[in-house]
Design a protein around this ligand. Structure first.
Ligand code: C2E
Ligand code: MG
Ligand code: MG
Ligand code: MG
Length: 295
């Protein structure tokens, strides 16, 4: 039988190994209706400028509330969509929904200089109509391209570097901002990244957690920040949970942070209420150092 594991306040469905294939098939067949029926929705996590401490944007994070299985992790259902060829459709659904949510809740995003970050996945990026589909979404919604930040991963750039370089250039030409997500978890070096036109480097949460390990891990993060800056990229640090981490990152020259210290992923209305304001770190927040805090 499938078991459900407690993870913080939410329960994620986690199948056993034998059930995994069966579950994938079940999720794959349920996915199209889930999109139509609004079972898949987005939460938004604030991004904070370390100098001004203002909330300058948010990242859209997908959620699926399955009627029987409960909350399904985006890591799992994005993988299912990739395997079953539904990723193009799901990716577009997410992009349109994020733009609609954000523009609807924050009509003055431009004057507040707020950005919306959307994750892209491998299969989306690999499709030949990919750039056209982004252009189409911008045209259809009238959303200002410079407010949209697209998150790519190292793997997406590394596999076919020449095509990827063309694609990133085309996206920049549309006016969108580009970020490399989860930096440090893939196999690319910063030297390889210089071939791509990218605005932000997102340092993966695992490096932020490691900062408590002292000078070694701190030196790694300082080096990544210095190299990114020398290539003209700004830094977003992911998974910041403590004031000490935020202080270190500020002193090391990182521009932007994102993490539970400033806010978990939340409904767009809640984000709209804090957008443009000075961020208040959560008083008394205590990280648990376990994976159990993921929302
Ligand atoms: P990601 O893009 O690196 O997103 C950051 C993840 O870290 C999110 O997990 C977020 O909830 C979590 N996080 C943020 N701050 C903290 C913190 O301080 N502590 C801890 N423990 N976690 C933190 P989430 O929402 O479960 O998403 C996981 C991954 O699933 C994302 O990683 C992304 O790779 C993928 N994903 C989520 N939504 C989408 C989507 O709309 N499209 C695509 N293609 N992928 C998505
Ligand atoms: Mg991301
Ligand atoms: Mg990330
Ligand atoms: Mg990450």
């Amino acid at each position: 039988r499938a078991k459900t594991e407690a993870r913080g306040s939410l329960r994620y469905f986690t199948p056993s190994l034998q059930e995994a294939a069966q579950t994938r098939a079940k999720l794959a067949s349920a996915l199209p209706a889930a999109m139509r029926e609004g079972q898949i929705f987005l939460l938004y996590q604030p991004l904070i400028d370390l100098q001004s401490e203002a909330v300058i944007g948010c990242e859209a994070l997908a959620r699926w509330k399955h009627p029987e299985l409960g909350m399904v992790s985006p890591v799992q259902f994005i993988a299912v969509a990739e395997e079953t060829g539904l990723i193009g459709e799901l990716g577009l659904y997410i992009l349109h929904r994020a733009i609609r949510d954000f523009a609807g809740a924050i009509p003055d995003a431009g004057s507040k200089n707020l950005t919306l970050s959307v994750n892209l996945s491998f299969g989306q990026f690999a499709e030949s109509e990919f750039v056209d589909s982004i252009r189409g979404a911008l045209d259809a919604t009238g959303f200002p391209p410079e407010r949209l930040e697209l998150e790519l991963t190292e793997t997406m750039l590394a596999l076919e570097p020449e095509r990827a370089s063309e694609t990133t250039r085309a996206l920049s030409a549309l006016g969108c901002k580009l970020a490399i997500d989860d930096f440090g978890t893939g196999y690319s070096s910063l030297a390889q990244l210089r071939h791509f036109s990218v605005d932000y480097l997102k340092i993966d949460r695992s490096f932020v957690v490691d900062l408590e390990g002292g000078e070694g891990p701190q030196a790694v993060v300082r080096a990544a920040i210095a190299m990114a800056h020398s290539l003209g990229m700004a830094i977003i640090a992911e998974g910041v949970e403590t004031l000490e981490q935020a202080e270190f990152l500020r002193s090391a020259g990182a521009e932007v942070v994102q993490g539970y210290l400033y806010g978990k992923p939340m409904p767009i209305e809640d984000f709209a209420a804090m957008a443009g304001e000075i961020a208040k770190p959560l008083a008394g927040y205590r990280p648990t150092h376990s994976a159990s805090r993921r929302l």
